[in-house]
Design a protein around this ligand. Sequence first.
Ligand SMILES: [Zn+2]
Length: 186
Amino acid sequence: MRFKAKRFYRSKNDFQDLYFGLKQISCPHCKYIGTLIMHGYLRGYDEKNYGKRIIRGRRIFCSNRFKKSGCGKTFSVFKSNIIKGFNITADSLWKFLKNISNGINKFKSFKDIALSFSNTTIYRLYKRFKYQQTNIRTALSRIHLKSKTCSNKNPVVQTILHLKLAFNHLPCPISAYQIHFQKAFL
Ligand SMILES: [Zn+2]
């Protein structure tokens, strides 16, 4: 049996499943099975404390060593609470977006989550979300049709409300999105 490689994992158990199932997963680059091995950690900085290093995920290597027939390329798997390209966690990003959907402007919305990010970073984060909206909505509409409750004039708010409704029963819709679709939110 051939399985596609996961890109996001939720918990330690989830990661263990991935780890023990590696031999049955095909490489996303060359599609070979049985060549994947763990290849170290992806580290980054804690969103609240830049002096603290955290593990963001793992790198997986398609081995071409010791006569293995892999392609020698690597790919990454991330914890579901990680936002690619940013130090912010999915939980904090969700709080930020929820504030925006309540009509609060982006800088005030961010201030409320008490993270010391620069205005440039906040702007970059918001811009990235705006840019990704079409992809996010397309993905969401596959699992949850947009309802009347999403009919806000502002398309950004519409997307946030749609996300909230699609993963209504879960504490962080952004982590849930990454796990469900196995792709990065931003
Ligand atoms: Zn490969």
